[in-house]
Write a protein that binds this ligand. Structure first.
Ligand code: ADP
Ligand code: ADP
Ligand code: MG
Length: 664
């Protein structure tokens, strides 16, 4: 766009000092405006989507962020080397680092963000609250003084009233907060909070706030220019949070009285004006559910993760506006010309396992299919490697509709259609959140997750998905490997269909023995003592559909990655055989249990001295992709264990000795 080329501070080429979805998203706008894009990357991201999306890319260091994305010298060197005349910092990393903004300016590179002074003022929660109080903006009742003496702080906590929240002044991203319920716990909590803040943010100053028991998180999007114009782009509600981090976000805020909405916008503008704010920024508030007084929390002097919901309802590209303003141009629209249409909701798709305390998952994405009809901002695609170095957020799904219920329906549909294969994500959890009545009715507060999933979240339908995996695996294997074909080692009951096959199945949810049956009524799987009846399925060579919804799947070796209605799994399947019943691979007829093949000992279920009956399963081995259950060849006592779990043993190795009864 020539307007940027010829602006007071011309921009032709933008280095994006970030990674993942936000780097890709910023580059998309740059490309549309005819700007050249430069990516930076760590070693862990050498092949990442954001690198391949750019016109030019530069390595800036090793995997850990401190050695790459947070290394100002490396980023600035890359900017010089690439001839970039502007840097977009995205969010996180260096985006709220005043020293970095200053160094960009000193190097003659346009920092696409606010002035270094505004970043510095708002980067300290203490300083930000002082400015807010001075500007007449209501803040959460608390203490934000310079006196950091523990005795003074304890007295202030007493005055505020328990429970109180200790916050690191330099904290962010939901980290650096500590809830204290009782006065006697204050001293210890302060000590811990200080230590954490020092190591995480290099600054141990804290502020205290009254803990608001059941609040909503509301925030206002601002954009200002260097000509004295400042506008708001309405508000967002980000109350659905986990550990003070946002999970679902929407615009506008639902069920908000008009007077409160107007107060939010006015207050945010008042604060923005007080600091002469330029660029995109967000003023965050907290408000008691059902209340009418929003309290200022903090201001984020950057593009926010959830900015797309605002873009959806206003039709404004916030990155474009950031670029215009950074180039010294005025905002393209007046407040009166900015309108909101419909409703938008965003869900953050993360590489984590909600059923396992939201443990992060890492690995390779085997395949990824985005849903149609929604905005999908992603930093990954099929083949992408997810490493442990960075934030677990992979992508965001954004639904826009004429009203909230239409947007919610679209998001729920999108969360059912998205398929991420090969890597565990929180997708099914997000879909369940969106479907909950409290969310559907727009009543969510920050207590939404604890109230809706008091015992944690559990996926529904895992066994059905496993059954589907087994059916796909058995049917789609090349004929030579198919367990439906009678071949040595497989126990197939009946030479022709109906047929059944014994399986060992493992996935994120555990390991189980199962039997897959194909009879006149279709497929059924018995897992442990549960029967899952799938019925007739068309598993021919075309796309697979079950219950009107497509099944996305990818078979890789003995693993079936699949996703159906938003629930995904990677199921490892191996045919199991009972060695005692297989004449060719039988154990010796005396008391020695012998390895049928070269393989790995995976399980031993007896100990020395134990009495066993003939036929009792003693151990399992994996060999030639089969799980072999080795059973007691005779009645007797376990006289010796000659292997351990994890051992690789040669064929014919003596594994367990059973002494016949009376001879032990
Ligand atoms: P938003 O405030 O945009 O809704 P988050 O609070 O989740 O989003 O933060 C966005 C990203 O920035 C996350 O990756 C988060 O970890 C990171 N982040 C936010 N603030 C800080 C900070 N002060 N220091 C380091 N990382 C931060
Ligand atoms: P961060 O910089 O980590 O984003 P914030 O101050 O914006 O920190 O708070 C993040 C979240 O923590 C809020 O959205 C809210 O859910 C919760 N929170 C913050 N302050 C309070 C408070 N005083 N009472 C209750 N919850 C709070
Ligand atoms: Mg915040």
């Amino acid at each position: 766009m020539t307007v940027l080329f010829n602006a007071p501070r011309p921009i032709r080429s933008v280095l994006v000092a970030n990674r993942g979805e936000i780097a890709c998203r910023v580059m998309r706008t740059c490309r549309r405006l005819g700007l050249r894009t430069v990516a930076v990357h760590s070693d862990a991201d050498a092949d990442a989507l954001h690198v391949r999306s750019a016109d030019d890319s530069h390595r800036i260091g090793a995997g850990p962020a401190t050695e790459s994305y947070l290394d100002m010298d490396a980023v600035l060197a890359a900017a010089r080397a690439s001839g970039a005349d502007a840097i977009h910092p995205g969010y996180g990393f260096l985006s709220e680092n005043a020293a970095f903004a200053r160094r960009c300016e000193e190097a003659g590179i346009v920092f696409i963000g606010p002035t270094p002074d505004a970043v510095a003022a708002m980067g300290s929660k203490i300083e930000a609250k002082r400015i807010a109080v001075e500007a007449g903006v209501p803040t959460v009742p608390g203490y934000h003084g310079d006196d950091q003496d523990p005795v003074r702080l304890a007295a202030e906590a007493e005055r505020i009233g328990y429970p109180v929240l200790i916050k690191a002044s330099a904290g962010g991203g939901g980290r650096g907060m500590r809830l204290v319920e009782r006065p006697q716990d204050f001293a210890a909590a302060l000590e811990t909070a200080r230590t954490e803040a020092r190591s995480a943010f290099g600054d141990d100053s804290v502020l205290l706030e009254r803990y608001i028991a059941n609040p909503r998180h509301l925030e206002v999007q601002l954009v200002g220019d260097s000509h004295g114009n400042l506008v708001h782009l309405f508000e967002r509600d980000c109350s659905v949070q986990r550990n003070n981090q946002k999970v679902l976000e929407e615009a506008p805020a639902p069920n908000l009285p008009g007077a409160v909405r107007a107060r939010l916008h006015d207050t945010a503008l008042k604060l923005g004006r007080a600091i002469g704010y330029r660029s995109a920024g967000t003023v965050e508030f907290i408000m008691e559910a059902g209340g009418s007084e929003p309290y200022f929390l903090e201001m984020n002097t950057r593009l926010q993760v959830e900015h797309p919901v605002t873009e959806a309802i206003t039709g404004i590209d916030l990155v474009e506006w950031q670029l215009l303003v950074a180039a010294g141009l005025p905002l393209p629209l007046d407040q009166d010309a900015i309108r909101a249409v419909g409703h938008a909701i965003e869900a953050r798709v993360a590489a984590e396992r909600p059923e396992a305390s939201f443990q992060p998952s890492i690995g390779r994405i085997a395949a990824l299919q985005a849903p149609v009809g929604l905005r999908f901002d992603t930093g990954v695609e099929g083949g992408s490697q997810v490493t442990p170095f960075y934030d677990s957020m992979l992508a965001k799904l954004i639904a826009h509709g004429p009203d909230r219920s239409a947007a919610r329906d679209r998001l729920e549909q999108g969360l059912s259609e998205l398929s991420v294969l090969g890597l565990a994500t929180n997708q099914a959890f997000l879909r369940d959140c969106v479907a909950r009545p409290a969310f559907a009715e727009g009543r969510a507060t920050t207590r939404f997750l604890v109230e809706n999933f008091p015992d944690g979240w559990k996926p529904q339908g895992v066994d059905r998905l496993r059954a589907l995996a087994a059916a796909i695996w058995a049917t789609r294997l090349p004929a030579a490997q198919s367990p439906w074909q009678e071949r040595g080692g497989f126990r197939v009951t009946g030479a022709r269909r109906p047929a059944s096959v014994e399986l060992e199945l493992s996935d994120d949810h555990g390991t189980a023995s199962a039997r897959l049956t194909l009879g006149p009524d279709g497929f059924a799987l018995r897992i442990d003592d549960r029967d899952i009846v799938l019925g007739p399925l068309d598993l021919g060579s075309g796309p697979v559909e079950v219950g009107g919804a497509p099944v996305a799947f990818r078979c890789a070796d003995d693993v079936v990655h699949l996703s159906h209605r938003g629930l995904a799994a990677s199921v490892r399947l191996r045919p199991a055989i009972d060695v005692d019943r297989s004449a060719t691979l039988s154990a010796a007829s005396d008391g020695t249990v012998v390895a049928p093949l070269h393989g790995l000992v995976t399980d031993i279920s007896v100990s020395a001295g134990e009495r066993v009956e003939k036929g009792r399963p003693l151990m399992k081995m994996e060999a030639m992709k089969l799980v072999h259950t080795l059973v007691a060849p005779i009645d007797g006592t376990v006289a010796a264990l000659r292997c351990a779990v994890g051992d690789t043993v040669p064929a014919d190795h003596h594994l367990i000795e059973i002494a016949p009864l009376g001879e032990e």
